[in-house]
Write a protein that binds this ligand. Sequence first.
Ligand SMILES: [Zn+2]
Length: 328
Amino acid sequence: MLRYLIHLTIITVMLSLFSCHTLQQIPLQNKPIQNLNFANDTLTMNYWGVGCFHIRYKNNEVIADPFISRPSFGQVAFGKIKQDTMKINDALGQNKHVAFVIAGHGHYDHAMDIPHLDKILNNDAIIVGSQSLQNQLSPYHIKHAYVCTSDTTKKIIVNSEGSVRIMSFPSNHASHFMGLHLYHGKMNSPLQKEPLKSSKWKDGPIMSFIIDFMEKDNIEKRIFIQTSSASSIIKKELQMELTGRPPDLYILNYYTLRHDMKHKNGLISLTGDSKIIVCHWENFFRSWDKKIKPLGKWDTIKTLKKLQGIIPSERMIIPIQGSRIEIP
Ligand SMILES: [Zn+2]
């Protein structure tokens, strides 16, 4: 563990020292969320950083990878991480009628705010995550329905109104840096104490999701969301879904796109004319009141600039935390 942290610190310092690209060179989506109300029927997302999206279409909402709390690097590396309940309440406002809460994997930056959401959301919200994550959440006595994803095949879950359908697909988690993979492993039995150390939040099985907003049996809007940094290997059953009814929107982890740039037949080649939102590119150890910076500064900006050369600007959205994205 200490070795990982030393590596992380050295790399962060080195990347800062050799920075010659600036964030000003990247067009960012930074339209602030001025009014928490979702005013119309447009596919709308409030982005809270990393993989945390509050998505709404018509009257249906989905929250992905709940991580509105933002523990500092010091708390993550050496201290305790706790949910920022006030910040979560502020971020949601009155929008608490959620069909699904989904989590791409069990790391703290993808799932640590689930326990507070469990306290404040509507009773019929369904939480979707791995069995390993459910074991991690055991000390919180989650009262909402929790549906476990499958490690090996796709799983389909529909809300009681039939208006939102979630399909989970096994994915993978690329290494964080230099072949190192932090907090790796499964939580095979229920935790007894609250996971207040970041290391207690194991990744577990990694999932990507298709979110379908339905009107009767019709898919009105389809989103593919992969918040975990994955290599671009796509299994057949996912490929068939993505080509059968192409998503209106792809939400992809920055690292997935970085891997994918080197693979001709990867995810980017499947995206067609759909819009792509790039997530998990920012330094999420910085507190909310500080100016946004990329994670691994120089390298990230360089890669985002390269991506601009591959994906047309009208198709690629790079949001900053606390911004709103509307897809007509
Ligand atoms: Zn992770």
